[in-house]
Design a binder for this molecule. Structure first.
Ligand code: IPD
Ligand code: CA
Ligand code: CA
Length: 266
């Protein structure tokens, strides 16, 4: 199926920012040996990618608003559209020369998520979705979430809170119950990739707390268009307000919501 003009615009912006991140990623490997590491360089790479996305998308769709990780909220003349963007999701991986990071571009229309693109420029993997039109991998293969029905067969991704992040104890409780009930746990370090890989059927389920809208926006569209379910930890559609997300197929979703709720309140 030919991609729509909207998806073409998003893919072109993602690929251009991806070329910039790839060039900088090559440099990061050389900087690992310095004592302070490449931290400042990575911050600059992040901003460079964001500038490219802002410029390309402003040119292609005049007046749309933005919510970007680095620049924050930018109101547009067009009040009905807003891009929600993380120019570099997986910063810690990038900083440590681990090739798992992504550009995440979501689009809201009248407050509803309608399109998403997640691009990993090192693996050159691009995931695209538009409401009502399905989700695709590298513009070709249609995506569908994994169909496993028993939690005991499921490989589950999550995000692990670290120094400076809240809710360590709640996470330990959730992890304990998931360790006991699943086939394996994974932590990629990029929520956008976690969600894209749910859409692609690589992971069976994903849960995380304390995320931001730009970590999730594109991925939510991908999961839903791949016939999956994405909700907050209460099973409601309040991911941006609560920061929590569960993404999986509908069967596993029905099981996971109460399991995680009971674990957190135990
Ligand atoms: C982070 C990643 C990570 C998640 C963190 C996010 P960043 O985004 O998505 O997987 O666990 O909560 O902050 O900082 O790399 O853009
Ligand atoms: Ca992020
Ligand atoms: Ca980021």
């Amino acid at each position: 199926m030919a991609a729509s003009p909207l998806i073409n615009v998003m893919v072109a912006a993602a690929r251009k920012a991806g070329r910039s991140l790839n060039r900088d990623f090559g440099e990061v490997e050389n900087l690992q040996v310095s004592i302070k590491g490449p931290a400042n360089f990575v911050t600059a790479a992040d901003h460079r990618a964001e500038d490219i996305l802002y410029n390309e998308l402003s040119k292609a769709r005049e007046g749309y608003g933005f919510l970007m990780e680095e620049r924050g909220e930018i109101e547009g003349k067009d009040k009905s559209h807003r891009w929600i963007i993380d120019p570099l999701d997986g910063t810690t991986n990038f900083l440590h020369s681990i090739p798992l990071f992504a550009i995440s571009i979501g689009l809201e229309r009248e407050g509803e998520l309608v399109a998403g693109v997640v691009y990993n420029p090192v693996l050159d993997e691009i995931y695209t979705a538009e409401k009502g039109k399905g989700a695709f991998y590298n513009d070709r293969r249609r995506l569908r979430v994994a169909g496993r029905r028993d939690l005991s067969d499921c490989v589950v991704a999550t995000g692990i809170p670290h120094r400076g992040r809240p809710q360590h104890e709640v996470f330990r409780k959730e992890l304990r119950v998931m360790m006991e009930n699943t086939a394996g746990i994974r932590r990629t370090g990029s929520a956008a990739i976690d969600l894209a890989w749910i859409a692609a059927g690589r992971f069976d389920a994903f849960w995380e707390r304390n995320l931001k809208a730009w970590d999730m926006a594109a991925g939510i569209v991908l999961v839903r268009e791949a016939s999956g379910v994405a909700s907050d930890l209460n099973g409601a559609d309040d991911m941006f307000a609560t920061g929590g997300i569960i993404a999986t197929n509908s069967q596993i979703h029905r099981r996971l919501v109460p399991i995680l709720k009971d674990a957190a309140s135990s």
